[in-house]
Ligand binder design. Structure first.
Ligand code: SF4
Length: 213
């Protein structure tokens, strides 16, 4: 279960860029938020590894650039669990609008689970700067690394996440990501918001964006 889903972020995912939905959408969000929060069974897991011993291949220019000057990487996976998929599928039969809102709420919720995981890592390594999360499928980092990712994290057994032949994760609201960690100063555009000193007043973050994208 998730205590409270970030409804502003769900509204942004529904196309309300300022996070303020119209009245009809707000009513739907408020109706479905507790249902989604109750159905979610969030799980996450992470490991830390020296970059040169990273158990997941670091293929492509973009991930190499992202990890420039990093000594370590954190590999993480997170999921909302299979019940969330079932809930969204059932809503597609009874209320398409409800299904769309549930999907957005689930998108916001999985980000919250990833943020929680990332905060835990940051608290364990307070002297290291961390990049934002970089997932397979971003830039030229291929989805074909997903099986290696899940293997490294023992994710199938510990979180219930698996991968299809095309590299898609199941349950669908699941994420894998790499975070670079460095004891040296890192430019802001590569840093994750969790460890950024201006995060409380950052308008980009407030809008669900990042200065590095
Ligand atoms: S988006 Fe804002 S909070 Fe996040 S790293 Fe950039 S400046 Fe910091």
């Amino acid at each position: 279960m998730i205590e409270r889903v970030d409804i502003k972020q769900a509204a942004r995912l529904l196309g309300f860029h300022d996070g303020v939905p119209d009245e009809v959408t707000l009513r739907l969000i408020e109706q479905y938020e507790p249902i989604l929060a109750d159905a979610a069974t969030p799980r996450y897991r992470y490991i830390i590894s020296p970059v040169e011993k990273c158990p997941v291949p670091l293929i492509g220019n973009d991930i190499q650039k992202h990890l420039e000057n990093c000594e370590n990487v954190a590999l993480l996976c997170a999921t909302l669990g299979a019940k969330t998929d079932t809930l969204i599928r059932s809503a597609q039969i009874t209320s398409m609008a409800g299904a769309v809102v549930l999907d957005a709420l689930a998108g916001a919720a999985i980000e919250q689970v990833c943020d929680k995981c990332e905060s835990e890592i940051a608290a364990l390594y307070p002297n290291m700067q961390m990049t934002y999360r970089f997932s397979p499928g971003y830039g030229d980092y291929p989805l074909s690394v997903q099986p290696r990712f899940l293997l490294a994290l023992d994710a199938v057994r510990r979180t219930g996440i698996s991968v299809t032949e095309s590299g898609m994760l199941t349950p669908s609201k699941s994420v894998t990501a790499i975070i670079g960690m460095s004891s040296n100063k890192m430019e802001r555009t590569r840093r994750g918001c969790i460890s950024c000193s201006v995060r409380e007043k950052c308008t980009l973050r407030e809008k669900g964006e990042h200065c590095g994208f």
